[in-house]
Design a protein around this ligand. Sequence first.
Ligand code: SF4
Length: 757
Amino acid sequence: MATTPDLKPTACILCSQNCGLQVAVEDGHLTRIRGDRAHPVSRGYTCEKARRLDHYQNAAGRLDTPLRRRPDGSFEAIDWDTAIGEVAARLGAVRDAHGGASIFYFGGGGQGNHLGGGYGRATRAALGMKYASNALAQEKTGEFWVDGQLFGRPRCHTAPDFEHAEVAVFVGKNPWQSHGFPRARVTLKAIAADPARTLIVIDPRRTETAELADIHLQVRPGTDAYVLAAMLAVLVEEDLFDDGFIEEHTTDFGTVQAAVEHIDVAEYCARAGVSEVLVRAATRRIAAAESVSMLEDLGIQQAPHSTLNSYIEKLVYLVTGNFGVRGGMNIHSRFVSLGGGGGGASAGSPVGGHRIISGLIPCNAIPDEILTDHPRRFRAMIVESGNPAHSLADSPRMREALRALECLVVIDIAMTETARLADYVLPAASQFEKWEMTFFNLEFPHNALHLRAPLLPPRPGTLPEAEIHRRLVRALGGYTDADLAPLHAAAALIPEQGRGAFAMAFMGTVAMRPALMALAPVILYETLGPTLGDAAEAALLWGAAQSCAMSFPDAVKRAGIAGDGPALGDALFDALLANRSGMVFSVDDYDATWQRVETPDGRVRLAVPELLAELATLALAPARDPDYPFVLAAGERRSGTANTIYRDPAWRKHDAAGALRISPQDAAALGLVEGATARITTRRGSAVAPVEITDTLQPGHVTLPNGLGLDHPGADGRRVVHGVAPNELTSSGDRDWLAGTPHHKHVPARVEAVAPA
Ligand code: SF4
């Protein structure tokens, strides 16, 4: 009789929610996948995307040997010793000739894998690298910067509390498809079904979330700033702000008040194409509610006035007193901060002086930092779990930049568009073949972590990133056996004495050689790792656990972790290792938010001069280019898209080619019928796609899905590109003036019917 394979706990790797999963593994395949009820946050919830994860694990094109580029551009397989030795020598030579700052790091983790980036920090330190970026600089850095201005530091990241909010507001966000908070669809349905609660959506599309909304402000694409500014003006004009909150907790309200008093609400609503009556009704509902949570996303972060949008959205919940309260917005605890990196490079990018936010150079500026004869240009690059040749704006120029590098090293599981341009490709084990976790610990009041054990051993020829970076740091001469001798000796005592002596030895070692502190991830992996059974790759989390316990001791204790000082950190680390379905690591009360505001006086600084100046310019409407009458949202999230984690197109059951969505009015005007082919042209490029006609879009608005345009081996082994790669159509110059975030959701375009062949 056939036996049922055991289900093992892991997590979905397709979005930041990382829902807990139970998975059966048979002959190397993930054969049964279901939600894990033991996961403390998702509690058995998943969306439809997780069920197809075997298309990630067993996609054709996975790498199984290090590769070296030949002079003719083809690749040859090499062994790991050769690869590590040559990569260290090539990058070391660039460092010696031009300084470590000339080597740039991109990536470090996607939606499910952040441990690799943690270990990558050691390689970066060993090479003296200063500059980095990743996908956050395509999306969130404007918001991080605003958090820094309002609350003192970019790491003062706020979390919504939709579970308890009377009013939920989504701005440029369709959580039905892009999630963004736990059990999104369940929560949305609960809010929509409750007559005492209100769901407000600001979005140019009639999304699945907008369909559920009580109020949908269907703005014209790119006019979010007008409707948000109008809402702020209504709050001031109708005296709807929370005087008591403003008096007790903020500064500079008068400056904000003066800046919005001139706004003509009717005119701004007209520009946004929304009813003034509806805008006033939505604003009054927000002002009257006991609690309001708001969530913004790429719809405004990758559109005109990106950083300004984030600012006004936050002002709306702040001046109505929905901060530091139940059901409102709160600053969450952190195990590791996503928004708080410093990078030691605050003076701006080396060539263009672009603003560095949270340690990240704007993605759109990267080609400018390479394609120049400036002496401080980037000359080499390490790309880890990232695919800038596909995912950053203006792919043709990005490819040109990557080709211009003296050395490009890619660490990934598959032959990506970026790997194809590399000098060396180092194959990593998949996210189900090693210990993994993400640092998307962004919840309040219960914040959770999930350290995932491997489901399978690493595929032969691949290595976990921890081991890749250990070998690189060793090859670069980062430390010697003698440096580690005291740590190995102390680690040997752990089974009998715990980690106290090890902690002392670690402190002593870095006191003797402070440079070793930056190499701590791989040093811990090499010394503490062997004491963790098969979980050596989790070793760097010991330091993070100590830091978290030190920063948030009360919240960690409320989560049921016992101890004081280093013992609390140790207990947190042990709990992380033991709870294979994840764990709540901190439980907050709402007052904790005020302890986490990092302004000198503990008050929220409402006035941000740079953005108030931009607000004043909104009155000057930008001219539209008649050659490009459409607005293309390049990279719409749909049920059949999942960034580029799924390279195998077979995972999609529908919309295989990634349709261009268009309104019925525009389709009729252009003579397009469902399934016809259209050509879309932007200032940067042109592509053809099948058409899907939908009345969820306004006239003048078209969308293409994200995550398409990847190549994948066909049945004959040749590579076939599926769908349109959105960034063949975008321009790196089209970006927010302050944060540099791209305008992917607002690409001027024209659309034409393509005559059948
Ligand atoms: S894609 Fe779906 S199942 Fe996967 S983490 Fe996100 S919400 Fe959960």
